[in-house]
Design a protein around this ligand. Structure first.
Ligand code: ZN
Length: 699
């Protein structure tokens, strides 16, 4: 085709087809929002036709059924995923509009693929076929997950049950949205307005500026007020830590724990409805409780296994948490304060932290310039896993000049993977937080010219940008931790050896196990050689002072018992509420909360505590009967690190040996095996909570 013959729109399609239909790196430097709609429409039409053909001529073999499904899912996922990625890092009205206009069609198509009764029948036929009995375990596991997901979408149900099931799905989606909206609206509706400068004495400058911005009237200043303190985390948390008046802290605290619990925004009704509908949904699918349904897709066997872990953690943290409280009480008494109340804890905890081992973020920053931190991180990966990370900026198009591109190679030679790194905060166009996402996944089927397609990852952080005059990005310790965390997710995605695209990298990995490789990497920041190796002053090249390193170590276990007990408290309530069947209905959710609190808090919640009304994780997010996952994965990651400790953290050869085993199991096997089998293959035994307790100073 010559350019004279093509309309501008056709030209755009030529560009899209190069990427959307034939693979290769996304043309981030040329992607226009205007192209999104025609490109996605064309892609959906093509994939839709292919899916029609598949449904019409079902072939219950791996090649005839699973491979085409993998192809279709990949085409759609890669295109839609790229747009989703752009929306996260380079938001614009035009892109958002295009995305939102296509979203319903994409959702409808995904539902159609997931809920196709003919495809479900063919999946079951494949599973039951004689030939498949000989299939590799990885394929068996992939197929089992596909059948289970289909069943959980209601596809195997009789018509009447399916109608009711779909009604419930819809109602739950709406209830989840209103639950979340009520929390947002209630949070926004509240403000603690202060005018007297004496009331804000001791509050950090940043918090006062934030509060002046939130105050009504144009003449508010950080120095002279007025100030409005809100229930949003960046205001609420530092206020509770620094406000010197117990009375004011009490006011804000009471507002916080009663959010969305009265009037039009009351979530109590939502909670009852959500729990009842989830219970009914689980029953329709043949599970005794919603907790059973949730756990059927997770690494943990059943709620008994989760209960057992939570009880271990509770027993280990209860006394230390009580000691933490006593510690604060002593400090408060010395300052002339009487009984420490719930709203005093954060305040006194912060005072003690400052006195014992405070280092300011500002003190640390000069020792963590990004280029140096990356060097240290890549050197660690080389020592442990035998891989080399090579700068490859300019080899592929990027969406912003600050974005870096790296290739990952075997130290001995051979390309394995690549990743984009988008490190800096850009509030105007980039979503907050940090994440790892797939650009492409490893797959033998989807490679070109008979070669396996290699994985490519996006690592996205929101750290401090570089300063003027060539000053590098100077990172806080938390920002360094975040980078290590996301790099850990990236390693699992990139170092996979699984060739089946549906189980490579992070795919098909159970939800309560996915945080293993990421949290594992965080442990290395407390490893002397690693941290001192990467922390050097950006101007003088001086190493991090020993005293600062010691403070970082000490701060790690400060109030670890209290933090652990709090997570156990939340996880238990979640599990109890979702583990109940009809007989449990005599007790209200708030009664369940109070009963659980008896063994899992050292200061009982107030009688009017309604924190459940703002527990969005489990009522508006994906954590229902899954809140325990935080601790579950932390047990795994700490225990995995324990293997390196046992080998000897000072012994480079021993570390490399364990590192190789870690790479060949946890990082290589992805979702091809049950995570417990993967863990056993690495550790030679079942997971133990002891290393986590030891790292937390609780054992
Ligand atoms: Zn993570």
């Amino acid at each position: 085709m010559t350019t004279e013959e093509s309309s501008p729109q056709e030209e755009a399609r030529t560009l899209e087809s190069a990427w959307l239909f034939a693979g290769g790196p996304p043309p981030f430097d040329r992607l226009e929002a205007a192209e999104v709609v025609p490109a996605m429409e064309r892609l959906l039409a093509e994939v839709g036709t292919a899916f029609d053909a598949l449904e019409a001529n079902l072939d219950s073999t791996w090649e005839g059924l699973i491979e085409p499904l993998e192809r279709m899912g990949d085409q759609l996922g890669r295109a839609w995923g790229t747009l989703g990625h752009l929306l996260g890092v380079q938001d614009s009205d035009a892109l958002r509009e295009a995305f939102e206009s296509m979203q319903p069609a994409v959702v409808v198509f995904s539902l159609r693929m997931g809920q196709s009764a003919p495809v479900y029948g063919a999946l079951c036929a494949l599973r039951d076929s004689e030939a498949f009995a000989e299939a590799p375990d990885t394929r068996k596991r992939i197929l089992a997950s596909m059948i289970r997901d289909a069943e959980h979408s209601g596809v195997g149900l009789e018509e009447e049950a399916r109608t009711r099931f779909n009604e419930i799905q819809l109602a739950l989606a709406e209830l989840g949205t209103s639950f979340g909206n009520h929390v947002l609206d209630a949070t926004k509706a509240y403000g603690l307005d202060l005018q007297d400068p004496a009331d804000v004495e001791g509050l950090p400058e940043g918090l006062r500026a934030l509060a002046a911005d939130a105050a009504e009237g144009p003449e508010a200043t950080a120095e002279n007020g007025p100030w409005r303190f809100t229930l949003e985390a960046p205001s609420f948390i530092p206020f509770m830590e620094h406000c010197r008046s117990s009375g004011l802290r009490e006011r804000l605290y009471r507002a916080y724990i009663t959010r969305a619990s009265s009037g039009e925004l009351d979530n109590a009704g939502c909670i009852d409805e959500i729990l009842a509908l989830r219970r009914e949904q689980a029953a329709i699918l043949g599970y005794a409780s919603y907790a059973d349904l949730s756990l059927s897709t997770k690494m943990a066997d059943d709620s008994g296994a989760v209960e057992e872990l939570l009880e271990e953690l509770r027993l280990a943290s209860r006394k230390p948490a009580a000691d933490d409280l006593e510690d604060l009480q002593k400090r408060a008494t010395a300052a002339g304060d009487e009984e420490v109340a719930l709203w005093d804890i954060a305040y006194w905890a912060q005072r003690v932290r400052e006195e014992r081992f405070a280092y300011s973020e500002e003190e640390l920053r000069p020792y963590f310039p990004l280029p140096r931190v990356l060097e240290g991180l890549f050197a660690l990966a080389e020592r442990l896993f035998g891989i080399r990370v090579v700068q490859a900026d300019g080899e592929v198009p990027v969406w912003h000049p600050d974005v870096r591109y790296f290739r990952v190679e075997e130290t001995a030679g051979g390309e394995i993977a690549a990743f984009y790194l988008d490190p800096y905060s850009r509030p105007a166009e980039k979503r907050g937080g940090a994440w790892m996402d797939e650009c492409t996944g490893r797959s033998a089927l989807l490679g070109e010219a008979g070669r396996t397609r290699l994985p490519v990852a996006y690592l996205v952080c929101n750290q401090t940008p570089p300063g003027p005059g060539g000053k590098p990005s100077l990172m806080t310790f938390d920002e360094v931790r975040t980078l290590f965390h996301e790099f850990g997710h990236g390693l699992q995605h990139m170092l996979t050896r699984v060739d089946e695209g549906l189980a490579s990298g992070i795919r098909n990995v159970e939800w309560d196990a996915v945080e293993l490789p990421s949290q594992f990497m965080e442990n290395w920041l407390y490893h002397r050689e690693t941290l001192l190796g990467l922390a050097r002053h950006f101007e003088t090249d001086a190493p991090l002072p020993e005293a600062l390193f010691e403070k970082i170590l000490a701060a790690r276990t400060y109030r670890a018992g209290s933090d652990m007990l709090r997570q156990v408290y939340f996880a238990r309530i979640d599990l109890e509420l979702h583990g109940r069947n009809e007989e449990g209905e005599g007790e209200s959710p708030f009664e369940v909360q109070r009963r659980v609190a008896e063994g899992t808090t050292v200061l009982p919640p107030l009688a009017e505590d309604r924190f459940l009304c703002s527990f969005s994780h489990i009522f508006a997010g994906g954590y229902a009967a899954g809140y325990y996952s935080y601790k579950w994965a932390e047990v795994l990651s700490a225990d995995a690190f324990g293997a390196f400790e046992e080998a000897g953290l000072d012994d480079a050869a021993a570390l490399a040996k364990v590192g190789q085993r870690y790479r060949e199991t946890i990082l290589a096997l992805g979702g091809s095996q049950h995570p417990l089998d993967v863990f056993r293959a690495f550790r030679g035994r079942e997971p133990s909570s002891q290393p986590l307790l030891r790292h937390s100073g609780l054992a």
